[in-house]
Design a protein around this ligand. Structure first.
Ligand SMILES: O=C(O)CCC(=O)C(=O)O
Ligand SMILES: [Fe+2]
Length: 281
């Protein structure tokens, strides 16, 4: 058992090192994931660690790579030929910026959590998987997502089946995580419903999450359309994104890595045919 995790996580509430005690907690999380694709574990970190989390995030946030990108919810080319009224024709400016893993100090809370074996075993159990693996990607495995005042992370579906994230700095206002549970499925795109949300006619379909720094969020973003609304006030919103895969060795493509981080490393160039796309959004 890593004492590191004992020190960081509220283990009275979330007994990461004692899988025998996980039953009711995992049942609750899996019920949340089944019904809405989202489960929040409030106050996952101990209060003093929450302060370090915010400070460490704010220290690296200036290292974020900014590249305002025009996107649609499917992250397919915005000049794709699509019929009139198709939701893929609606474009947004993706205004968030990412700090790559290699810019985040190894001893920081989010690095220690990302690499922690008990944490990984717990995450796997939450998603009903035998194991999860850290990405082999030295940039995209762990990122800090930075949303400056006035910017939004627009509506999208994730490429990944599941994501784990943690708010590290709250904005003064706005910057709300909004999502539409099960708006599509592996069998049905439900373009009309997606379009209605993009047009602001989502109504009761749109749920809003109130997240606090140090809460852990487990999310299945492949079928739940989601966004972070525009940040208001003067303080940026920061969130850590912990990316795991079901197989080891996953590295992002050269093109996508360059777009997200403005650079690539030898690991990306040498990955060759074993590379599997593992996109961030
Ligand atoms: O920053 C967040 O809370 C959400 C990020 C997100 O949806 C993504 O990176 O795909
Ligand atoms: Fe997402």
């Amino acid at each position: 058992m890593s004492t590191s995790v004992e020190r960081m996580v509220d283990t009275a509430r979330y007994p990461l090192a004692r899988p025998a005690e996980w039953g009711p907690l995992i049942d609750r999380i899996q019920a949340d994931l089944r019904s809405s694709g989202c489960s929040v574990l409030p106050d996952f970190l101990r209060p003093p660690v929450r302060d370090a989390l915010g400070r460490e995030g704010a220290a690296v946030a200036p290292l974020a790579h900014y590249d305002v990108e025009t996107v649609n919810v499917y992250n397919i080319a915005t000049d794709s030929e699509l019929p009139e009224g198709h939701p893929g024709r609606v474009t947004f400016e993706r205004g968030n910026a990412f700090v790559a893993r290699d810019r985040i100090p190894p001893g920081s809370v989010i690095q220690r959590l990302y690499s922690s074996e008990p944490f990984q075993r717990f995450v796997a159990a939450c998603f009903g998987l035998p194991r999860v693996f850290e990405l082999a990607d030295p940039l995209s495995g762990l990122c800090l997502n930075v949303l400056q005042p006035g910017k939004e992370h627009p509506w999208h579906f994730d490429t990944n089946e599941f994501t784990v994230s943690m708010l590290t700095q709250e904005p003064e206002a706005g910057g709300v995580f909004e999502y539409c549970p099960n708006i599509r499925s592996a069998e049905a795109e439900n373009f009309d419903d997606v379009r209605s949300v993009l047009d602001g006619r989502g109504g009761s379909r749109v749920r809003r999450l109130s997240l606090r720094p140090g809460d852990l969020q487990l999310f299945k973003g492949r079928y739940a359309l989601h966004r972070v609304s525009a940040v208001e006030g003067t303080r940026a919103r920061h969130s850590a994104i912990f990316a795991y895969s079901e197989r080891p060795g996953v590295i992002g493509s050269v093109a996508r890595t360059r777009q997200l981080f403005g650079r690539v490393l030898p690991a990306h160039l040498n990955a060759g045919s074993v590379r599997v796309d593992q996109l961030l959004d």
